[in-house]
Unconditional design. Structure first.
Length: 210
């Protein structure tokens, strides 16, 4: 897959995972209605210029507007006027799903459930309390991984790897060949260790309240 195809697949899967309307294709990417006070709408662009960015994004510069682009933070900052503010960088990553051994050590156990088109892998402790979780949504033959997190008191016990491997097994069994996600700085190390590759940098900006 090329970067443009990955971005569009990620948008479709992200919308399913977050329970928001399907994204609408726009020149160079997509627009998604998120509907939260701090995140009303987002544009995600795989191909853009300052001119196209202004035409698509600047008409909606009210608080809660977001834009993410393939590129650098410096380039995005230079293209946007106030009140747009740059946010933390991300990284577009991909993998070919495989079935790998690896389950959490006792007393943790992993369970996989599906609801509303989203697959959730959860590692639970001995009391059944969720300790780590990750989500997977289908975009054709692509599996989009989203919302991967380990509770602070359960970190450094391999639980993030366990839930990611559980999603990988489900993806293979369900006919999803390729995995796509957008990682934060903290998540990159985990995904690299599991065989994911960085495909592009993602810069982001938003309009904060006030």
């Amino acid at each position: 897959m090329d970067i443009a195809d990955m971005i569009m697949a990620w948008g479709r899967g992200w919308a399913v995972s977050r329970g928001v309307p399907p994204p609408v294709e726009v020149p160079g990417g997509f627009r998604a209605e998120v509907g939260l006070p701090h995140h009303r709408v987002r544009h995600v662009l795989h191909t853009w210029s300052a001119e196209s960015l202004h035409a698509l994004v600047l008409p909606d510069s009210a608080p809660g507007a977001w834009v993410k682009v393939v590129g650098s933070r410096d380039d995005l900052r230079a293209a946007l006027p106030a009140p747009w503010t740059t946010a933390a960088d991300g990284w577009l990553m991909s993998t070919e799903f495989t079935v790998e051994p690896g389950r959490p050590v006792a007393p943790y156990r992993t369970e996989v459930t599906e609801s509303g088109g989203t697959v959730t892998a959860v590692a639970r402790d001995a009391d059944g309390t969720p300790a780590a979780w990750a989500h997977l949504a289908r975009a054709g033959a692509v599996g989009v991984v989203d919302r991967v997190e380990t509770a602070p008191e359960h970190r450094r016990r391999g639980l993030g790897s366990a839930v990611m491997r559980a999603l990988g097994r489900h993806a293979v069994e369900s006919g999803m060949a390729t995995g796509v996600l957008v990682a934060t700085k903290d998540g990159c190390g985990l995904y690299r260790a599991l065989g994911w590759e960085v495909r592009a940098g993602i810069a982001a900006a938003w309009v904060p309240a006030g």
